[in-house]
Design a binder for this molecule. Structure first.
Ligand code: ADP
Ligand code: MG
Length: 230
């Protein structure tokens, strides 16, 4: 499952970002390949979320280059970055990203509707994600009527429904107990791989990182080492 020969879907070169005069990213470079899973670990405040936000077009870096499938994206304006996030990326956060008033099926269908599909078509495609993610029968539940693990699996379905080139997850198990974290990571890794999305997971949990093909360690704004899974 290593896809070591696949071309890089996302390449980051010498990325720099400061807030005020505090450098948060100090020349970060990495490459991410389709169908692989990368964990980014490191102490709180080391810049993990900022790196993820720069790679995913949420935040504009000060310097360096970001290439998505060979195309420079580091200098895109707000509208183009917004389209990029909608069309090429998926996001899973710690919790609270589902719309509470919508049933699960509509939460999952929403990104497709935003990308121009009819509601009926979007729901049909969304429906296909429920059984593989262990969510069969939960289509009509609202987020408040599901467990934390179920909500995270709905969030994963929503992030993957557009078949993104890259799926970014920032502490996706941060609000879950150990057993549920394990189940959510298994679903996250396996479903991203199935779709061919590259997975990038920021986590402070070594058990979560163990699900990934490699773990990159971040310290004070720099990547200081990589461990490849056996
Ligand atoms: N929008 C922001 N404005 C100012 N400082 C920020 C902002 N976002 C992050 N920082 C600072 O950048 C550093 C790295 O933050 P972050 O990337 O969130 O680290 P991590 O995810 O590794 O905990 C921290 O010192 C944080 O306070
Ligand atoms: Mg963070």
């Amino acid at each position: 499952m290593n896809n070591a020969q696949a071309p890089a879907v996302l390449s980051v070169h010498a990325l720099g970002k400061s807030y005020g005069d505090v450098p948060v990213l100090r020349g970060v470079s990495l490459e991410v390949r389709a169908g692989t899973a990368t964990a980014i670990m490191g102490p709180s405040g080391s810049g993990k979320s900022t790196l993820l936000h720069c790679m995913s077009g949420i935040v504009k870096p000060d310097s360096g280059a970001i290439l998505l499938s060979g195309r420079h994206i580091e200098n895109l304006g707000e509208n183009d970055r917004s389209r990029l996030r909608r069309e090429s990326y998926g996001f899973v956060f710690q919790s609270g990203q589902l719309l509470p008033e919508l049933p699960a099926i509509e939460n999952v269908a929403l990104p497709l509707v935003l990308n121009g599909l009819s509601i009926a078509e979007a729901k049909r495609t969304a429906h296909g994600f429920f059984a593989p993610l262990g969510l069969d029968g939960l289509q009509d539940r609202r987020p408040g009527q599901m467990s934390g693990g179920q909500s995270q699996r709905v969030a994963i379905a929503r992030a993957l429904v557009t078949k993104p080139a890259v799926l970014f997850a920032d502490e996706p198990t941060g609000a879950l107990d150990a057993q549920t974290s394990w189940e959510v990571m298994r679903v996250l890794r396996d479903s991203a791989q199935q779709i061919g999305s590259a997975l990038v997971v920021v986590t402070h949990d070594a058990e979560v990182a163990r699900w990934c093909d490699r773990t990159m360690m971040m310290q004070a704004g720099s990547l200081v080492g990589t461990q490849v899974a056996a």
